[in-house]
Design a protein around this ligand. Structure first.
Ligand code: G1P
Ligand code: ZN
Length: 544
């Protein structure tokens, strides 16, 4: 095998965002682009000699080509071993698990998560460390710095490898093992949950469940777990063949892109429960009859019932949520007398808390929830958790949700996204607000008083690393909260996210709609940002 040292030049745009480096496919297809980024990761971990990695992706367009390039770089850098998912496919949670299972030094996930795929879509690279977690911010920063000074990368000559067969190959010093994408992950789920109870729910109680894999990575996992292992009827899992363009849809399980599933649950003849997950399998959506369970409520309800699940029967050490996520989880933590940590947006901030044993469960408003079983959010885990809970409680899903609100109060919540903004205008608007924000403290706007405003910063309690400017947090009277930040995962222009939250403790009126409860907060956010003035927009592009 010939190893080449290729001269290269830095690309200025390789700063990873909330979740890895995400760009248009065409950007990743530029010569040296992917190579530079992968070599930069290898350089900052002290070179590849003797190292071991897990490699896999969500099967989107460019997955196959990218894996080949990464393998050539890995061999040229003298890695000891890499494990690759069959056909190059691994969900994000499965990569996290395999890193931990094989005690690997880390892993590379090829995915742009829920962003659209296909030749005109997005591609991405996420680097996870030896604990299975997305690289923490201090390592991400080092990788970025390295991309800005890189001058050469190492790559072997091309070799052909059939990724469809489970097999081992050795190239120079590197062993490449192609592993079953599903097997170890499914075993892990079996250890956490009571599959027998879920089977009884499906077969004896004739509970009707539908899962939509959205043509993405979880298809093979869901088929194996729900239909083969648990025994759900054939046809339970929909759209289970991963496609390069996800069937032309956004593989994002939310009321917009999984509209068909929501519509199904709103019909008179509906299943008892429905769920979906995203491109790389780390997000989840759960839907009860006529009711979408919002992610912020979902993680709170799971935390409140965790002691009913085999793996968590001894209780929770603590919980954590990202800052914009509603405070429903805080109520549960208070009741359980355990700590609730508030972290910046992005799963990477949970890793240290999980490793240190400070938390057992964590979640984000963006359809992500997970636990200490791995170091990523995990879509199928959350859905199995719900099924296990329903199987044990033997109550309709809607009742579990309304009982929770009765006990803890309800956090009305919505995220308003303003997409495709001009980046300069969005930055100007946010900077303008930052300069003036102190003027709004103690101001009453639309009959609500703003009590406190800050730009969220966070110091990691374990490694001490501090991050600033993680979003504006406004606390209002009467239990209101508004959070405003720019997205860190987009690949075009800017997206403003405004998160509105209203807590009502003695919640009894089930007919009230969130939009009605939140409309004052919506007005206030638009007014203080001068949103229409800057962007011309009056309404968000998407509400989730
Ligand atoms: C979004 C979500 C965030 C999530 C991330 C990766 O990031 O808001 O919670 O961790 O995707 O799935 P954002 O675009 O807001 O930076
Ligand atoms: Zn994802």
């Amino acid at each position: 095998m010939i190893i080449k040292h290729i001269n290269t030049q830095p690309f200025m745009d390789q700063r990873p965002g909330t979740s890895g480096l995400r760009k248009k496919v065409s950007v990743f297809q530029q010569s040296h682009y992917l190579e530079n980024f992968i070599q930069s990761i290898i350089d900052i971990i002290g070179g590849g000699k003797g190292k071991t990695w897990i490699i896999g992706g969500d099967g989107r367009y460019f997955n196959d080509e990218a894996i080949k390039i990464i393998l050539r770089i890995v061999c040229a850098n003298k890695f000891k071993k890499v494990w690759i998912g069959q056909n190059g496919l691994l969900s994000t949670p499965a990569v996290s698990h395999l890193i931990r299972h094989y005690y690997a030094d880390g892993g590379v996930i090829l995915s742009a998560s829920h962003n659209p795929g296909g030749i005109k879509g997005d591609f991405g690279i996420k680097y996870n460390t030896s604990n299975g977690s997305p690289a923490p911010e201090n390592i991400v920063e080092k990788i970025y710095q390295r991309t800005q000074e890189i001058t050469t990368y190492r790559i072997s000559d091309d070799f052909s490898l059939d990724l469809s067969f489970l097999n081992k190959h050795t190239y120079e010093e590197t062993e490449i093992e192609i592993v079953d994408s599903v097997y170890e992950y499914a075993l892990l789920m079996e250890k956490i949950f009571d599959f027998q109870a879920i089977q009884d729910l499906f077969i004896i109680k004739k509970f009707n469940f539908v899962f939509d894999a959205m043509h993405a990575a979880t298809g093979p996992y869901a088929l194996d777990i729900f239909e083969k292992r648990i025994g759900a009827s054939s046809g339970t899992v929909k759209n289970f063949i991963p496609q390069k363009d996800f069937g032309g849809i956004h593989p994002d399980p939310n009321p917009i892109y999984a509209r068909h599933l929501v519509d199904l649950m709103m019909q008179d003849q509906h299943p008892d429960f429905a769920a979906a997950s995203d491109g790389d399998g780390d997000r989840n959506m759960v839907i009860a009859p006529s009711q979408i369970i919002i992610p912020s409520d979902s993680i709170a309800i799971l935390a409140a019932h965790a002691h009913l699940i085999p793996a968590y029967q001894n209780g929770l050490k603590g919980v954590a949520r990202s800052m914009p996520t509603s405070q429903a989880l805080d109520q549960v933590a208070h009741f359980l007398n355990i700590p609730c940590y508030e972290t910046p947006t992005g799963w990477k901030y949970f890793g240290n808390l999980l490793d240190a044993g400070l938390i057992t469960l964590c979640g984000e408003e963006s359809a992500g929830s997970g636990s200490n079983h791995i170091r990523e959010k995990d879509g199928l885990w959350a859905i199995l958790f719900w099924l296990n809970l329903i199987a044990i409680k033997r109550e309709p899903v809607n009742k579990i949700v309304s009982d929770h609100w009765h006990k803890f109060g309800r956090h009305f919540y919505a995220r308003y996204d303003y997409e495709n903004l001009d980046k300069n205008i969005a930055d100007k608007m946010m900077n303008g607000f930052a300069e003036n924000m102190h003027k709004f403290i103690n101001k009453t706007i639309h009959s609500r008083t703003i009590i406190k405003i800050d730009n969220f910063s966070y110091q990691d309690p374990i490694d001490g690393f501090i991050v600033y400017h993680q979003g504006f947090r406004l606390i209002l009277d009467q239990g209101g909260r508004i959070v405003m930040r720019l997205s860190g995962t987009g690949t075009e222009g800017a997206t403003l996210r405004i998160y509105l939250e209203q807590y009502i403790k003695n919640y009894r009126d089930y007919s009230i709609q969130s939009a009605y409860i939140l409309h004052e907060l919506d007005y206030i956010s638009k007014e203080i940002l001068k949103l229409t003035e800057y962007t011309g927009l009056r309404q968000p592009t998407i509400i989730t």
